[in-house]
Design a protein around this ligand. Sequence first.
Ligand code: EPZ
Length: 420
Amino acid sequence: MDKLRITGGGPLHGEITVSGAKNSALPILCAGLLTADTLALENVPELNDIATMLRLLGHVGTHAERQPHGGVTIRADQVDKLEAPYELVKTMRASILVLGPLLARFGEARVSLPGGCSIGQRPVDQHIKGLAALGADIKLEHGFVVARAKRLKGASIRTDMVTVTGTENLMMAATLAQGRTVLENAAREPEIVDLAELLIKMGAQIQGHGTDRIVIDGVDRLHGATHRVIPDRIEAGTFLCAVAATGGEITLRAADASHMGATLDKLAEAGLSLEYGADWIRASMRGRPRAVSARTHEYPGFATDMQAQFMALDTVAEGTGVIVENIFENRYMHVQELIRMGADIDIDGHTAVVRGVPRLSGATVMATDLRASASLVIGGLVADGETVIDRIYHLDRGYQQMEYKLRELGARIERVSGRE
Ligand code: EPZ
């Protein structure tokens, strides 16, 4: 298993380009199942999760190919399997996003229930409830969701909680249903808007995307389109947390500050000075960051996917930060590892109290999930001495060439390929 070796202590300086958004590319790839025409996508990040999704699409019979410079083409004109097997789904929960499109286009789908995940139980009951409301006959058999519907019928659906992939699954399914579907309590993330924009280019009739009420008027078929995936706001936020912790000055190219309001507000509170334009963000930090407190919330609130990175920042900040994780029940796996690096953190249920210390000390730590890995990288960048992070396959799921980008910014970081 690969490891990352980081020698901490220096500031970050330079420019990097933010990659396409993983959590937009994943549902957008699945939208390719809704038509027999070709989808030509740009700015699809080169990540393990994307590779898994391309494998899954290939498994059902889709021609899904990578093109140069971040392109991907998809053509689902010879789909011959309507099943997502456990082997693929267990490595990536977002596989559930093939359920809605397969059901809507082919009238049938058999998708393995995603197993648990280290950050929480993460059920898909709302996906199932919504598809049933659209008229699907759904059974849970031998660990699979088995769904059938001659043709889905539009309905009014209110999910019990805001769910990102739940909203995406139901929105995609509704594009080919008969009649109008209204999604109440819909997720409002930029990735939802990006997916809706693609579906509209494919001929879907969607309004209200980006609000908590999305209206979809079903059509008989969708056609091909070309689309450029939005920048990854979580990758951008991760690099900004890093420079707020280490000090220095960096510029992010191809970043979209308009998707990052809550993150940028918190970073300014921590003392990062920020300038930004339509597609760039410049950040500089002098001296020690101030501790910030944050409560995770659905978009446009403070993103749960930024929680671990801000905690790493707080571990070396002036003062005490209080972080509350409201979205997932177990998203503090990074805490024990940060404590091994000398952080002073107390957890009480969903609340973490982080008392800033002048410096962390390098240690051997273990990544447990995607964003926890990012927080350990930030810890390693500011720690005295050497930090070795094990199991960084977690990091590779969601960050394209993290060590190359950090080296471009002057960090002393290298990948050590594991023997076992
Ligand atoms: C998406 O996961 C993201 N993944 C996650 O990013 C992100 O953390 C999460 O949204 C919240 O923003 C992708 O977009 C591929 P949810 P998702 O459904 O859709 C509960 C990363 O780091 N829930 O919005 O799975 C659920 O347990 C990943 O890139 C149900 O109970 O999250 C959670 O507590 C990690 N039943 C809450 O709702 C359901 O049917 C929000 O989950 C669905 C969700």
